[in-house]
Design a binder for this molecule. Structure first.
Ligand SMILES: Nc1ncnc2c1ncn2[C@@H]1O[C@H](COP(=O)(O)OP(=O)(O)OP(=O)(O)O)[C@@H](O)[C@H]1O
Ligand SMILES: [Mg+2]
Length: 415
């Protein structure tokens, strides 16, 4: 981030009052005769895919765009990539941009993978010598070397995306736009992409990503916007925006007296969640020590075999740990009225820092949510006097020189 020229104060992309209308034609008669005979009078209506959308995408941010199917996310990305033009409003972008939109876009099916790298690379603004110089890296990252001289029409969608993503990142973009497509890659490739996004972020580049996977977005995005039916609902820090979008997909949302947001059907509710260490309620959670998460619930109606789950996130939104009564606990049987259940953890691995507990109560199938509170409790972990070298997890570690290996030079250079 340090080499990003002006991180907080400038936007990589400004979207101002952007509206995109599509003209939708209603073809009542599909016969050739009627098509030929029809006068030049077609029935159409305007469809508003984006309605007066304004968003600032900060430079160096990893920006998530979320919304239900058909809400206008891809349309907005295409406008950012200048594949579509807004009907009204303006979009200002600062920096070299590369986009990975639909599977196969920018590829010619009859050409080989290698030729398509040149085609796609030049569409994205690379010169031929630039592509020559990066060709081996592009092929290497894509992992499709074996097929690189075959026409891409024989590629699977995963192979298309690997090659497309590899070209896009090698354009050395300051802004990278990615629409969903990465989901078709296998787990290993998705991990490789996640690492690439993290690197881009460290380098102060801007990534705009559309995805339906909220867990993925929670771990990678720092800013987000939620669009619904072409209308911007909210934009801002990713954790809040994604929570609001996530909540909107639940049946009902309620805010309790302490300001916590509950979502779910409400027969069984989470009243309070406490987190404490080995010393009992109120005690500090120590790294390497014991931890108890105590959930106070109230079953307003009789409920049979509910499943309680807790998840732990770092305060930066990274999802770290989970436990539930199906995998790790007893069946709760039939419950009615108030009660308490504890989740115990031994040798807490979390590094010193602040953590958030997500608590959920579902039915046996886990498909029906009685209640879920995303920010149900917060706690901090400390490790006494020990030093901490970073990361989310801390566990015992040691160093040694294996037998027969050359001695480190350390001792000999001391004066
Ligand atoms: N070229 C087009 N002509 C007419 N309507 C279009 C066109 N492109 C998109 N639309 C319509 O605009 C709306 C928004 O589409 P868009 O593809 O942007 O949604 P999305 O948020 O990307 O959805 P998904 O999550 O399914 O990918 C949809 O109703 C779609 O049918
Ligand atoms: Mg889309």
């Amino acid at each position: 981030m340090t080499d990003s020229p002006n991180p907080a104060s400038s936007s990589a992309i400004s979207v101002e009052n952007v509206t995109k209308k599509f003209r939708v034609y209603h073809e009542r008669n599909q016969t050739l005769k009627s098509a030929v005979m029809r006068r030049r009078r077609s029935v159409h209506e305007d469809f508003l895919a984006l309605d007066d959308v304004s968003i600032e995408i900060p430079e160096g941010s990893t920006f998530a765009l979320v919304g239900d199917n058909g809400s206008g996310k891809s349309t907005l990305l295409k406008c950012l990539a200048k594949i579509l033009y807004p009907t009204s409003g303006t979009i200002t972008t600062r920096g070299r941009m590369a986009a990975l939109l639909e599977v196969g876009s920018g590829f010619h099916p009859e050409l080989s993978g290698r030729d398509n790298i040149y085609l796609n690379g030049s569409i994205l603004g690379m010169t031929r010598p630039e592509i020559d110089a990066k060709l081996d890296d592009i092929i290497g990252f894509s992992g499709v070397e074996q097929f690189i001289d075959q026409p891409v029409k024989n590629y699977s969608s995963g192979m298309y995306v690997r090659l497309g993503f590899s070209v896009a990142i090698h354009v050395d973009p300051e802004i990278l736009l990615v629409d969903e497509v990465l989901a078709v890659g296998d787990a290993a490739f998705q991990e490789k992409c996640a690492a690439k996004f993290a690197q881009f972020r460290r380098e102060g580049r801007t990534v705009v990503v559309v995805s339906h996977s909220l867990p993925t977005l929670r771990s990678m995005a720092d800013h987000a916007a939620w669009i619904n039916k072409g209308v911007l609902q909210v934009a801002g820090p990713a954790a809040q925006v994604l929570e609001r979008y996530g909540d909107s997909t639940h049946a009902s949302v309620r805010i309790d007296d302490s300001g916590r947001t509950h979502s779910g059907s409400g027969e069984l509710v989470i009243e309070e969640v406490e987190v404490f260490g080995a010393g009992g309620p109120g005690s500090q959670v120590r790294q390497g020590g014991e931890m108890t998460v105590r959930v106070h619930y109230d079953a307003l109606e009789e409920v049979t075999d509910p499943v309680m789950g807790i998840g732990i996130e770092h305060t930066d939104g990274t999802y770290l740990w989970a436990s539930n009564t199906v995998d790790h606990g007893p069946r709760l049987g039939t419950i009615k009225g108030r009660g308490v259940i504890d989740c115990h953890a031994t040798s807490v691995p979390f590094a010193p820092g602040g953590y958030v507990v997500i608590t959920s109560l579902t039915d046996t199938t886990t498909q029906h949510t009685y209640d879920q509170v995303r920010d149900s409790a917060r706690f901090t972990v400390d490790n006494g006097a020990e030093r901490w070298w970073g990361g989310y997890i801390q566990s015992a570690s040691g160093w040694s020189v294996p037998d027969g290996a050359p001695e480190p030079l350390g001792d000999r250079v001391t004066e």
